[in-house]
Each structure stands twice: as structure tokens, then as C-alpha cells.
Design a protein around this ligand. Structure first.
Ligand code: BEZ
Length: 211
């Protein structure tokens, strides 16, 4: 059965481009992004890994560790990393799991046989410091992921983990957020001192509380 939001992200031990990884130990107290790629030396994956490497500072700001996965071996990953560094003008700065036997892919349901019997699809999981799955998205091999969106969702996940708010459509850092329905309107002034706007009794907006 596939992983659902709130499930514990399965722990595993695997070879990677940076040596053996014990997943939960690797994450420590950080958030994690685990994302799979159909195969080494493929064009879209090359751009995705380059983009992730360039976002190192953005991931660090959010206390997030990235971990990629592809079903080729460590030697292949290392050769591919040279190409990524060269073509994307960056330095890959996170491990790529060598999931030759598709063990991790199996744990995370990253092979969708009706798309491909052998290659992983573009799965991406955001995992919280409690090791629970907070977000899961799946893209086909032919569509590269939008890493601005990945960062945006992480911002929302981290904000909503700490405050009784939710983020509206297309929300970005700095914009107003929604007070969750379980908070009575009468309690809002005490909990959200920056003020609020009641658009409807069920739609109450307040400035982002952690800025
Ligand atoms: C790619 O990563 O570029 C790719 C992989 C499989 C099919 C299409 C594109």
C-alpha cells in the first residue's frame, strides 16, 4: 500500500554517492526532501538535480536535508554528478541513493508499473522532524518538478506546524493566512494580535504570525 500523509516515513539503509545512508539518522532533527528520478544520465533529472544543488542555501534556511534517489549504481551516480556539475554550473551537495535493487523505491511506492515497469517515477516526499510524511507529490518522467513550489509548500508546512493557521491558494511568504476553522472568531484577537479580517464567518484572514 502506498504511503499516506501522517505515516512514518520508512527507515532504510542504502548506498549513496556519499557513502552509506541510514535515512532516519541522516535526517536527524531536520526536515527532509526525498525525491526519486527515473534514471541517471537523463536530461530532465539532470536539470532537477542541478536546481536542487543551487537551492542549498534555501534548504539550509529551512533546516531541510535533500536526498535524491535513482535506480543506478554508485559509480554511475558519481559519473553523472560530474555531468550535472558541468552542465548546470553547480556542485551537487547532497547524496543520491543508489537503489539498484529498487528496495527503497518499493518502500516508497516509487515504481508505478503502468507508467514504467523498471524506472521510478518522479516521487517527492517532504518529511517532518517527527519522521512523518507531510507532503507527497508524483510527477511523470516527462515533467520536471517546480522547486519553487517545493520551497513554498515547506514554508506552509513549517508555518502551519507552529500556528493555528492554514495557507490559502497561491500563498507565498509574507502574505495573509487563514485562521483555522476550529478557532472561534471571539478568540482571534487574543491569539493573533496583528489583527484579522472577517470575510465570512468561516473565512478569517490574519497577517502571517511569524514575521
Ligand atoms: C528525463 O529525466 O529526462 C526523462 C526520463 C525518462 C523519460 C523522459 C525524460
Amino acid at each position: 500500500m502506498s504511503l499516506r500523509l501522517g505515516d512514518i516515513a520508512p527507515d532504510f539503509r542504502a548506498e549513496s554517492s556519499e557513502g552509506e545512508i541510514r535515512f532516519h539518522e541522516y535526517l536527524g532533527d531536520s526536515w527532509g526532501v526525498l525525491f526519486s528520478h527515473p534514471a541517471d544520465f537523463t536530461p530532465v533529472c539532470t536539470t532537477e538535480l542541478g536546481r536542487t544543488a543551487k537551492l542549498k542555501g534555501e534548504f539550509e534556511k529551512r533546516n531541510v536535508k535533500a536526498l535524491a534517489l535513482s535506480v543506478d549504481d554508485v559509480d554511475s551516480h558519481k559519473r553523472w554528478i560530474n555531468d550535472i556539475n558541468e552542465t548546470q554550473q553547480t556542485e551537487v551537495n547532497f547524496p543520491i541513493i543508489a537503489d539498484k535493487n529498487r528496495e527503497v523505491a518499493g518502500l516508497y511506492d516509487m515504481i508505478h508499473p503502468n507508467a514504467s515497469e523498471t524506472f521510478t517515477v518522479r516521487s517527492l516526499f517532504v518529511i517532518g522532524p517527527d519522521k512523518k510524511v507531510k507532503l507527497s507529490i508524483t510527477y511523470p518522467a516527462s515533467t520536471g518538478r517546480n522547486f519553487d513550489e517545493v520551497l513554498r509548500v515547506i514554508d506552509s508546512l513549517q508555518l502551519t506546524a507552529d500556528y493555528s493557521v492554514a495557507t490559502p491558494a497561491d500563498w507565498k511568504q509574507g502574505e495573509d493566512v487563514v485562521v483555522v476553522p476550529s478557532i472561534p472568531t471571539a478568540d482571534i484577537p487574543g491569539r493573533f494580535p496583528k489583527g484579522y479580517t472577517e470575510v465570512k464567518p468561516y473565512l478569517r484572514l490574519t497577517p502571517q504570525p511569524n514575521l
